[in-house]
Write a protein that binds this ligand. Structure first.
Ligand code: HEC
Ligand code: HEC
Length: 378
């Protein structure tokens, strides 16, 4: 039992009230335990991390040579200056210039706009980590809808996506075309050799993906005030924030946002307005201070707005779940019945969420990339 006594007591106090309120034939699922992020990342068996692989992956991450026209890098959208996201509601890849929210279109490719908010790659190595279960790197559920699995497999997506890095006519196999471009850069030949061994160090799409993933797994951002508190230091949180932690549990947030990442990594239908209702993977609540705007379409600018959404949501949930719902839409998640947020609890909850911000994650940007192109893209 890793929870400090304080929270456990608070939880059991409200627990009784929550359970008895609903005479359900099934036992309601208990809220998830909150845990500090103390785990080590787990590498895929066929790609152990080495400092050389991480060094290579970092240069690749910032090098726009990976995009079809040499203007967009992974770091164009996952920029350390914006919490390794882009500070925008939705990203602008191909045809843009500038950083983060200041990025503007300078060339029109007539591509359909990107509609999903860019998630941070901080703690990417812990996606899928839940309490009491081993982390399987190849099975890590990625993207807002959890449709891809594993950081290595993810790499091909932005390379193939026309509006991200692929351009109007993405090649058949964008991963291999990118590898081909890298083969013409002598510095990359040396870096791949150092990372993958002298004998057999051809630059391939697979190795490109392995190096990028190794770099992403190095972006750990724990050691927050909440981690220290859950790890046993009662002074790590202010009184307000401790109150927020209790609210977080009693208000039902921990039913979905639990475990060391404050996510169950399951998909839930919250009905956040976006044309059609869709099931969304619970996002981690770590490092939110640096990753506004929020939600899968980036529609909410502040954490205050997110909590106002939850405050309103619980009013509509019971009527919706008890009938009167649009049968053509997927039903709202039944766990939302356990939401008990009081407007007066919002300030403490905000203090708690802000204490899930890591003070000391890596933000360094290479001064140059081997292709000689603009670091981090145009
Ligand atoms: C044009 C902006 C853009 C570029 C360039 C880009 N990404 Fe992303 N990235 C996104 C968006 C948007 C998502 C979410 C997509 C979704 O959920 O459908 C995402 C998701 C991810 C995720 C999953 C995170 C999670 O929480 O599930 C990882 C990992 C990632 N990107 C890494 C990379 C890497 C590596 C590159 C370079 C090869 C890259 N991205 C290039 C915008 C971008
Ligand atoms: C039924 C599961 C569930 C419950 C209960 C729940 N959440 Fe969420 N939370 C989600 C999902 C799913 C999303 C993403 C929704 C979307 O983007 O449409 C989300 C999004 C968020 C975000 C935005 C994160 C980001 O990066 O965009 C915050 C903050 C948040 N929740 C906090 C809370 C708080 C605080 C509570 C309790 C009052 C709570 N959640 C209760 C599942 C849940």
């Amino acid at each position: 039992m890793k929870l400090p006594l304080l929270c456990w007591t608070a939880w059991s106090l409200v627990g009784g009230a929550l359970w008895s309120e609903e005479p359900s034939p099934q036992q309601p699922p208990p809220a998830m335990r909150l845990e500090p992020l103390t785990a080590n990342v787990i590498d895929p068996r066929d790609s152990p991390s080495t400092p050389e692989k991480v060094t290579l992956g970092r240069l690749l991450f910032f090098d726009p040579i990976l995009s079809a026209d040499g203007t967009v890098a992974c770091a164009t959208c996952h920029d350390p200056r914006f919490g390794w996201a882009d500070g925008r509601s939705t990203p602008l890849g191909m045809g843009g210039a500038g950083k983060g929210p200041e990025r503007v279109p300078i060339r029109s490719f007539n591509l359909p706009p990107l509609v999903r908010n860019t998630p941070t790659v901080l703690n990417a190595g812990f996606l899928g980590l839940v309490a009491g279960a081993p982390l399987v790197p190849e099975a890590a559920p990625l993207f807002w809808d959890g449709r891809e699995h594993g950081l290595e497999a993810q790499v091909a997506h932005p390379l193939n996506a026309a509006a991200e890095m692929g351009g109007p006519l993405p090649p058949q196999n964008a991963l291999e075309s990118a590898a081909e471009r890298l083969r013409s850069v002598p510095a990359y030949q040396r870096l791949f050799q150092a990372a993958f061994g002298e004998v057999d160090a051809t630059i391939t799409g697979k190795r490109l993906a392995q190096a990028l993933a190794a770099f992403e797994r190095s972006l750990k951002a724990g050691n927050t005030a909440v981690d220290r508190f859950l790890g046993g230091d009662p002074k790590a949180l202010s009184a307000l924030s401790r109150q927020g932690l209790e609210v977080f549990q009693s208000a039902g947030c921990a039913h979905c946002h639990g475990g060391p990442m404050f996510s169950d990594f399951q998909r839930h239908v919250l009905g956040f307005p976006d044309g059609e209702r869709s099931a969304v993977r619970t996002p981690s609540l770590r490092n939110l201070t640096d990753t506004a705007p929020y939600m899968h379409n980036g529609a909410l600018r502040s954490l205050e707005d997110v909590l106002a959404f939850y405050d309103q949501l619980q009013d509509t949930v019971s009527e919706t779940l008890d009938g009167g719902d649009d049968a053509a839409q997927p039903p709202l998640d039944p766990l939302l019945r356990r939401l008990h947020l009081r407007t007066e609890d919002i300030p403490s909850l905000l203090a708690f969420l802000r204490d899930l911000q890591s003070p000391d994650y890596g933000r360094s940007i290479p001064s140059a990339v081997p292709s000689g192109l603009d670091v981090g893209g145009k």
